[in-house]
Design a protein around this ligand. Structure first.
Ligand code: ADP
Ligand code: MG
Length: 445
């Protein structure tokens, strides 16, 4: 590094160094084993920052990688690739006593207050455990500290000698929060802290978390599976899908004018009518694909209502096109099933039937539409290949004919607002129409 660039980095640091800085972070499970199949790409390359004192929301469907990301941030999981910096220091390489020392700074509150507390320990012992583990001051001071913590979270000092089963869900979550606060962390991962609670209790816990943030200057990563919970508590929101961040930006702006098709789909799924949310009703077909076998292009491409069609099929009617898309997804799913030894033997004996139901699927999808001849040929060729046990070949043939940029290329992150919001979608490339136009067109149906 030249003198000059060292100087400019130092200057930049003085302005605003984020508390947490995540760069190209990946967490893959089951990497490397010869018989383990492809790894689960739970977190697959994410970048973001969290400023000191800020609350960043992390939202996405179940299985999108939120918990894994939260746990990797605080080194409860080891990163597969990438870095996580706190105050400019990469913590992914810390080990031994350095790691133990650092851990005091970052704590987690778990989703399920029923299973996260040890029922054989008293409340006092549970909250004191981190203090004991770090040899914090004298035993008498630890007891006082626990009583003080219990009162900070709205419990009473005389709860010290009771057991978790004597408490309600909301109170148990308060105990979990007191425990997380024991070592005066700077940063907390709140992993769906209110998902298991009744609505009235949720509001109280959210208020408590906000009060504690003010009182202790805490920085939060707040995880939730839908967008309705995080709106009031988060400064910014990141929307996650299959291990990637699809959109990230300031909360109100993102709710009022979501740019990413996935964010829009999630917003339209919020049940309560909310006139301030700009939405066209979108129903997401199917479930997310497995993170062992994510789509080759955009992670969201197999379900995206704004997916870009190839030029040649721009004019085909929406219903027919959606059936073709569904057929492609059925075939794509077939490529996941590895043929085991038994199936191979059965195939040789002529009794193998694993791929035969593809014909049924095609009948269901196409029986009542008139497909143009060219399309029928491609579909028939694909059916034959699948029945022959060559689903990958079928999938590739379908992609060659019907695939567009969303199927084949990973999108870039594009800046989509003056406030610096980012969205991961090919629609933001200037050569394609905007997402807003496309989705508006479809909503007239
Ligand atoms: P979320 O919190 O968004 O529901 P998770 O982070 O729990 O998602 O899981 C993301 C993906 O990683 C899921 O497919 C899940 O099955 C997988 N996964 C999570 N933990 C492990 C693990 N220890 N080993 C293997 N796969 C895991
Ligand atoms: Mg989770």
């Amino acid at each position: 590094m030249s003198q000059q660039s060292i100087q400019s980095t130092a200057d930049a640091d003085q302005h605003s160094q984020p508390l947490v800085e995540v760069t190209d972070l990946k967490k893959h499970y089951g990497d490397g084993g010869r018989f383990s199949g492809p790894p689960v790409k739970a977190v697959d390359g994410v970048n973001f920052e969290i400023q000191e004192g800020e609350t960043l929301g992390l939202v996405g469907e179940s299985g999108s990688g939120k918990t894994t990301l939260g746990r990797t941030l605080i080194q409860l999981e080891t990163a597969t690739e990438g870095t996580v910096s706190f105050d400019g220091r990469d913590i992914t390489k810390l080990t031994g006593s350095d790691l133990k020392q650092w851990r005091k700074n970052a704590q987690i509150v778990f989703q399920d207050p029923d299973s996260s507390l040890n029922d054989r320990m008293t409340i006092g012992e549970i909250v004191r455990e981190p203090l004991d583990a770090h040899d914090w001051n004298s035993p008498a001071e630890r007891r006082d500290r626990v009583k003080e913590l219990l009162s900070s979270v709205g419990l009473q000092a005389d709860h010290y000698y009771r057991y978790p089963h004597q408490f309600s869900g909301g109170q148990r979550q308060r105990i979990g929060i007191a425990r997380a606060l024991a070592l005066e962390p700077e940063f907390m991962v709140l992993d769906e802290p209110v998902s298991a609670l009744d609505a009235s209790v949720q509001a109280k816990i959210l208020n408590l978390l906000e009060d504690l943030q003010d009182e202790f200057g805490l920085t939060y990563l707040f995880i939730a599976h839908d967008l309705s919970v995080v709106r009031h508590i988060c400064d910014r929101v990141a929307v996650m899908y299959l291990g990637k961040i699809m959109e990230i930006g300031e909360t109100e702006e993102l709710y009022a004018d979501a740019k990413n098709p996935y964010t829009r789909s999630l917003l339209s799924a919020i049940p309560r009518p909310d006139p301030t949310i700009d939405r066209n009703r979108i129903t997401l077909p199917g479930a997310p694909p497995s993170p062992r076998n994510p789509p080759a292009g955009c992670q969201f491409s197999t379900r995206c209502p704004a997916k870009i069609r190839p030029e040649a099929y721009a004019d085909i009617d929406d219903d027919t096109w959606s059936r073709i898309e569904q057929f492609r997804e059925v075939v794509r799913e077939r490529t996941r099933d590895q043929m085991g030894v038994r199936d191979r033997v059965k195939r040789r004996l002529g009794t193998f039937s694993k791929y035969d139901d593809i014909e049924e699927a095609a009948d269901d999808l196409f029986a009542d539409v008139d497909l143009p001849a060219g399309i029928t040929d491609t579909v028939d060729t694909a059916i034959e290949a699948v029945k022959d046990g060559r689903p990958t070949e079928a999938h590739d043939a379908l992609t060659r004919e019907f695939g567009g940029v969303c199927d084949t290329e990973r999108p870039d992150m594009h800046q989509v607002s003056d406030a610096g919001r980012l969205s991961y979608c090919h629609r933001h490339d200037s050569e394609y129409d905007s997402v807003a136009d496309t989705l508006a067109d479809r909503s007239h149906e």
